[in-house]
Design a protein around this ligand. Structure first.
Ligand code: FBP
Length: 700
């Protein structure tokens, strides 16, 4: 067959070719032109802030000391205003310069915060100017900014990523950086600075607000992070911010992919898919993925930490002592729990499935938590007392280990208290090299342990594989054989299933058992033969009947895994309708806070968990949310992270369904297919399932 030569130049001029290869596609156009609905208060020409005492906070002494100017801030509710007096109108609409920065990892919806702020600012005064700092806080420190134009905003409406101005993880944590930032704000004649970020970035926002107050520059934070760990309640437990933005999109994106794996896995029936999902500490994303997909096993770090070994406690009590190790799970225990679930599915013929592992799960495992704290302190101390930093001074793993060994030796010889002793060193040398390396990786600029750099799943699954191997050798891990299939196969070879059954299977006489389990003693062809000889079914030296051999082979488990990491992909997704609307309204809220003179506040929307019509924009004071936490080996004031509440309805529901979703029974699996994120159409859910469940029974 002769192919006609393609004229590429002509082909590229073809309008259809141009259309299908353009960067712009119909979905993009649809997203750009979509206008998210606004909360009712924003329908009015002006907004005003009503400070309220309805939401009390427990104030940390240290926060009071370090943030005196903003610590007494109260929650401010945004209200609509039709016809204010002239003084208010003038103040609200005066010309302003506002700077905005993205800080930390990207989260879907960030561009709509800018769009909301831009639209509100221009509506109040068309001369208002918005500046975007480039590549995160570095842009503030180095005065790298662009003026945001309508064209820029329109090009990024409802789109994911932080591409318009990019992001970075620098922390403004020294006097010099603070001074440079101040200089930049003054140079741009900023009236206000908006920090869109996670817990650390909002912490930064609070310190900036305190510092810039004397110059009359307002600072407003925005709760961003796919991890979902910025959730705010007051001292009485009333929810002020149910979820940071970006969480819903990332969770939906992960869930869509993971549910596809559930489909593939239950079709191909040969793999366990190990899905690590982002969430540096809290397991909110994993919990939402569980609720969205009904994957067979989902680990929740907070649940693991909450584990109490009742038997150990009782045993210790009988001996008149207390077993402190009974609280929380060890890595080994956790791997045993996973093995137990895998074995139970195998027994009903399901040697496949999907496991969801939060990337931060190890932080909730006793011994690992200790290692992280100790090593972070050692690295921080080294950096404080030497000219070179720890990672430059010891570039290879061996050098780092040698340094640790030195610390252990010193503590042994000098007999003084040391953070790293011989026992630590021994325990540490027991863990695989790649994990040692992971635990010793560089901390981020906020001093956080970088879980995304550690192969959490590999650590855990390494232990699972080792233990399953042992259980296979002990004959405890078997694939169940369907009784009807067994009978059919033997009868085909004219053998009596009832004669061979009791010799081959441990549960043959249990007539209710649909799946038959090979006797633990049968772990090889040799042992199979021995059992058949012992049972008088074949003579020594005789071959095993083909159907029996076939059945035996089918009962031998092969634990085959495929590993996946869901993080950056979901983080880069285009936002769901929920996140589009949420972030656009956050942008509008930011402007209301600025126009009404607020500072040290975080823009938020109350009642997210109830549904759009009830959303209520407000400003939450950041300083009263700060607590002392260990960072870089020292106690530092930071915004408290919100982890999964094991008593919350969302977790309790997932826990109640754990057995159902494991589906270690003869019936089919219980997977749920959330499908991909749909922007158009009516079928897309309006909020995360976690929020729906947690809202049940809430009195608003
Ligand atoms: P933020 O808290 O800054 O939003 O980032 C969260 C996150 O996406 C985590 O889930 C993940 O562990 C981490 O960022 C990855 O960081 P990096 O982008 O530096 O690899």
């Amino acid at each position: 067959m002769s192919a006609t030569r393609v004229n590429v130049e002509e082909l590229l001029r073809n309008p259809e070719v141009q259309q299908v290869t353009a960067n712009i596609n119909p979905e993009l156009l649809e997203r750009r032109k979509y206008i998210p609905p606004k909360c009712e208060v924003f329908a009015k020409p002006y907004t005003v802030l009503k400070a309220t005492d309805a939401y009390p906070f427990h104030i940390d002494r240290e926060a009071e000391r370090q943030l005196p100017k903003i610590i007494r801030n109260r929650v401010q509710v945004v209200e609509g205003l039709n016809s204010p007096d002239e003084a208010f109108r003038k103040q609200y609409s005066r010309k302003r310069h506002v700077g905005i920065v993205f800080s930390g990892g990207p989260a879907p919806g960030g561009h709509n915060v800018i769009a909301g702020l831009f639209d509100a600012a221009r509506k109040a005064n068309p001369a208002n100017r918005i500046f975007g700092f480039l590549k995160g806080p570095d842009g503030i420190i180095e005065n790298e900014a662009v003026e945001i134009t309508r064209d820029m905003v329109d090009a990024y409406r409802n789109l994911g990523g932080f591409g318009m101005i990019k992001t970075g993880r620098t922390k403004i944590d020294t006097k010099e950086k603070m001074a440079f930032s101040k200089e930049t704000c003054k140079a741009l004649k900023l009236d206000a600075l908006v920090v869109v970020g996670g817990d650390d970035s909002n912490t930064n926002a609070a310190f900036l607000a305190e510092e810039l107050a004397e110059d009359g520059i307002q600072v407003i934070g925005v709760p961003k992070t796919i991890d979902g760990d910025i959730q705010v309640r007051d001292a009485d437990g009333k929810v002020l911010c149910a979820m940071s933005f970006g969480f819903h999109t990332a969770a939906r994106a992960f869930a869509s992919e993971i549910s596809n794996l559930c489909t593939d896995s239950s079709s191909d029936v040969k793999y366990w898919h190990i899905c690590k999902v982002m969430g540096r500490v809290a397991s909110h994303l994993a919990l939402e993925v569980a609720l969205q997909t009904h994957a067979n096993i989902t680990l929740i770090g907070e649940d693991i930490a909450d584990y109490v070994g009742k038997q150990r406690i009782e045993r210790a009590k009988e001996q008149g002592g207390v077993d402190y190790t009974a609280y929380g799970m060890t890595l080994r225990h956790l791997s045993r729990v996973i093995c137990g679930a895998i074995i139970r599915r195998a027994e009903v013929g399901k040697n496949y499935g999907v496991i969801v592992i939060p990337e931060g799960v190890l932080e909730f495992v006793n011994e690992i938590q200790l290692f992280i704290i100790k090593l972070s302190t050692i690295i921080a101390e080294y950096n404080q007392t030497h000219d070179t930093d720890f990672h430059s001074a010891f570039s290879t793993l061996e050098e780092k280990l040698e340094y640790l060994r030195g610390l252990a030796k010193r503590s042994r010889e000098e007999g003084t208290f040391s953070i790293w002793n011989t026992r630590d060193d021994d325990l540490f040398s027991d863990i695989p090299e790649f994990f040692q390396e992971g635990l010793l990786t560089e901390r981020d600029s906020h001093g956080n342990f970088q879980f995304s750099q550690v192969e959490t799943d590999k650590v855990l699954m390494g232990l699972v594989k080792d233990y399953l191997k042992r259980l296979t050798e002990e004959g405890a891990y078997k694939i169940g054989i369907e009784r009807a299939y067994y009978r059919k196969m033997l009868e085909k070879e004219k053998l009596d299933p009832d004669t061979f059954g009791p010799v081959l299977f441990k549960n043959y006489d249990d007539k209710d058992a649909t799946f038959l389990l090979a006797r633990p003693s049968i772990i090889s062809m040799k042992t199979l033969m021995q059992e058949l000889v012992k049972g008088g079914l074949i003579q020594e030296g005789e071959t095993v009947p083909a159907s029996v051999e076939n059945i035996y082979k089918k009962s031998v488990p092969k634990f085959k895994t495929q590993s996946h990491f869901y993080g950056y992909d979901g983080r880069g997704s285009d936002p769901t309708q929920f996140d589009c609307t949420y972030t656009y309204n956050l942008g509008l809220t930011v402007f209301s806070l600025i126009a009404n003179g607020a500072t040290g506040q975080m823009a938020a929307i109350r009642n997210l968990e109830i549904g759009f019509p009830k959303w209520e924009p407000l400003g939450i004071p950041i300083a009263p949310l700060m607590r002392l936490e260990e960072r870089k080996g020292k106690l530092a004031l930071v915004l408290e992270k919100s982890v999964v509440d094991v008593n919350s309805p969302a977790f309790q529901v997932a826990k109640a369904f754990r057995e159902k979703w494991l589906a270690a029974h003869v019936d089919s699996d219980n997977y749920r297919k959330p499908g991909p994120i749909r922007f158009a159409g009516e079928t897309e859910e309006d909020r995360p399932i976690t929020l729906v469940l947690n809202a049940i029974g809430i009195d608003i």
